[in-house]
Design a protein around this ligand. Structure first.
Ligand SMILES: O=C(O)CCC(=O)C(=O)O
Ligand SMILES: [Fe+2]
Length: 284
């Protein structure tokens, strides 16, 4: 029997007793609702091939290849491989692969005109210690802002690129590194929950629109300091067979990046976009 339980105070839901390969539409609707309410959804004990993982992922939206071509699966471009080919030919640890996602709190895909709705990971190999993924709620971030700042942010738009102000682009092919900033409202109204979240990413934001550079930098620093609310966090300790999906529209995450590098930590990963937003964009 499918069981759904909360694992964090404000975010984090865990599902057990279900096989996503054969799950009914009714069970999926319950899972989807639990995910919208809980931002981060863990499904335990799955045993999937890549096509099975992809077809489950497509129940959440449109799966797109990630811009980092070098980390795509050679036969399945929609799959990004995390943690493979960590060592180069000289046995040197490739930090960009080992520390992927560990540079700080972020939301995936803010650099795209249609930012990622979700990211989903499936755990193939997990180290003995370390390697957790940390999550935090963007709703809690917004709710925790001083009233005056909430008002100031009304209608404010940020510009985002893949590498942000540090141009951190090691995982992109050289020909893919020119990036035009895209603009998104900093306060995001979630289409499905109807809630407001702080849509922010210190590593991808390059400016706040219509502001002097000094004021823009000050606001970016202030939002960076305020984005994580302790009560809005969930820390996932991985087991092989876990699927974890998170909602990039209303949460932040980071990899702990602290596991023994000689051990394997491998995930299949997909980037998922919203049907509605994608449809709207195509119609424009
Ligand atoms: O490996 C992880 O724990 C998360 C990495 C990450 O940030 C991502 O997959 O988007
Ligand atoms: Fe990420």
């Amino acid at each position: 029997m499918m069981n759904i339980r909360l694992v964090g105070e404000q975010i984090g839901v865990e599902v057990s007793g279900v096989d996503v390969k054969t799950m009914s539409d009714e069970d999926f609707a319950r899972i989807y609702r639990a995910w919208i309410d809980g931002n981060v959804l863990v499904v335990k004990d799955q045993n999937l091939t890549i096509p099975e993982f992809l077809s489950y992922s497509r129940r959440f939206g449109i799966v797109n290849p990630h811009p980092s071509k070098s980390t795509r699966h050679p036969d399945y471009p929609d799959i990004t491989l995390l943690g493979t080919d960590k060592f180069d030919a000289n046995g040197q640890l490739n930090q960009a692969i080992y520390r992927r996602g560990a540079e700080g709190w972020h939301t995936d895909g803010a650099y795209d005109e249609i930012p990622f709705k979700a990211t989903q990971l499936y755990a193939i190999a997990i180290p003995d210690t370390g390697g957790d993924t940390l999550f935090a709620s963007g709703y809690a971030a917004y709710d925790g802002l001083p009233e005056q700042l909430k008002q100031r942010l009304d209608g404010v738009v940020g510009g985002f690129t893949y590498g942000g102000r540090k141009s951190n682009q090691a995982l992109l092919n050289p020909e893919d590194r020119a990036w035009t900033p895209v603009q998104h409202p900093i306060v995001r109204l979630h289409r499905e929950s109807g809630r407001k979240s702080l849509y922010f990413d210190p590593g991808k934001i390059v400016f706040i629109a219509d502001m002097e550079p000094a004021a823009s930098n000050d606001l970016i620093a202030e939002l960076t300091a305020r984005m994580i609310q302790p009560a809005g966090q969930y820390r996932h300790k991985w087991a092989v067979g876990d699927i974890v999906i998170w909602d990039n529209r209303c949460s932040y995450h980071k990899a702990a990046g602290d596991y023994p590098p000689e051990q394997d930590r491998i995930h299949w990963r997909v980037s998922i976009k919203d049907w509605e937003e994608t449809g709207k964009m195509a119609a424009d």
